[in-house]
Structure formats: C-alpha cells, structure tokens
Design a protein. Structure first.
Length: 187
C-alpha cells in the first residue's frame, strides 16, 4: 500500500499553501490596476542562507530581533516572499510620497534614490498594494490553518542576497507543527 509520510505530506501541503498565497497576492486589488507585485517561494537550504544573512545583520547593526526572526525562519519549512517595485507612480498626485505630484516623483526619484534595507523613495500606492497583497496571502494561510508570520526582517535579508529585485520585500515563513512557532518568539 503506497503511503506518504507525515513530514512529506506537511512539506507538500505547505508548498501548495504558499502557491495559493502567491495567487492571492497576485490577484489582490491594485491601485489603478498597475501590478508591481512580485512573489517567490523558497524552501530547502536557501532558508538557512537567508537566516545566516539575518544573523549577520543582527550582529553588524545591533538589531537582535533579526536573530530572533532568523531562528524562526530556521524552524520553518517554506518561505513566501512578496515585494513591490515602488518607482512607478500611479498618476494620482496624492503627495503621500512627500512630493507634490507624480511628475515630480518621477523626475526626482533618481536624485533622491536611496538603497538601504529597501530602495526608495517609493510610491505610496505601491506600498499600499504590498499591504493588500500580504493581507490577501495571509488570509489564505489562515483559511488553510497554516502557521505564518509577516516579517520585514526576512524580506530585508532575502533582498540583500538578491532573491528579489523589488524595492520593498516582505517575508512570510510557513510552518505546520503542533504549536505555532511564531507565537512565543523570544529576543
């Protein structure tokens, strides 16, 4: 009789969940219908590479919560990255980026460009789209009873390693254990 081990079933289930979460992020509403959302699913040894980068950032910048989150990532099976490119204004002239108009944003972005943990400045509408995409993705995870945590720290490390070219990247590690590993995180 063919069987699937619990470990294999859980890993495959988490991969399927991540795929469905990526679909939810892709189909989430976007300001003016402009799609600048990117997704990527990572599992296996690459998770440790990202966790090591997070440890490095924690030590170099004195940010212990990066190490805490790295330990959570090490205990995760799958990671979904969601990012946006914020360099394309939407023509709404909302001024949320700190400039008077989208034309000014487009003209001045290169002179104001900064590439730290994230690249900026970013169109606020792109950042709102990122939040909506993340919310859509974690709602799917919740519906599927998949433990997850939205972590900017994971996104920063993955971006620094070149996993995504997006200006802003957020990581959502996934786990299926008897107790949610993201609940009692310790610094």
């Amino acid at each position: 009789m063919p069987t699937i081990s619990p470990e294999q079933a859980e890993r495959e289930g988490l991969l399927r969940a991540a795929e469905l979460m990526a679909v939810a992020a892709r189909t989430a509403p976007k300001a003016r219908g402009v799609d600048v959302v990117e997704t990527m699913i990572i599992f296996g040894p690459e998770l440790e590479e990202i966790a090591k980068k997070m440890d490095e950032i924690a030590e170099k910048e004195g940010l212990p919560f990066f190490k805490r989150d790295a330990n959570c990532l090490r205990r995760s099976e799958v990671l979904l990255l969601i990012g946006v490119s914020g360099s394309r204004p939407r023509g709404l002239n909302c001024s949320a980026c700190g400039l008077r108009s989208c034309d000014e944003f487009a003209r001045r972005r290169s002179e104001l460009a900064f590439d730290g943990r994230y690249a900026g400045p970013s169109c606020a509408m792109a950042l709102l789209d990122l939040g909506i995409a993340i919310g859509s993705a974690v709602k799917v995870a919740s519906d599927l009873n998949v433990d997850n945590r939205v972590m900017f720290t994971v996104g920063v490390a993955a971006r620094a390693l070149g996993y995504m070219k997006a200006d802003v990247v957020i990581g959502i590690p996934l786990s299926a254990t008897g107790k949610n590993i993201y609940f009692d995180r310790k610094d």
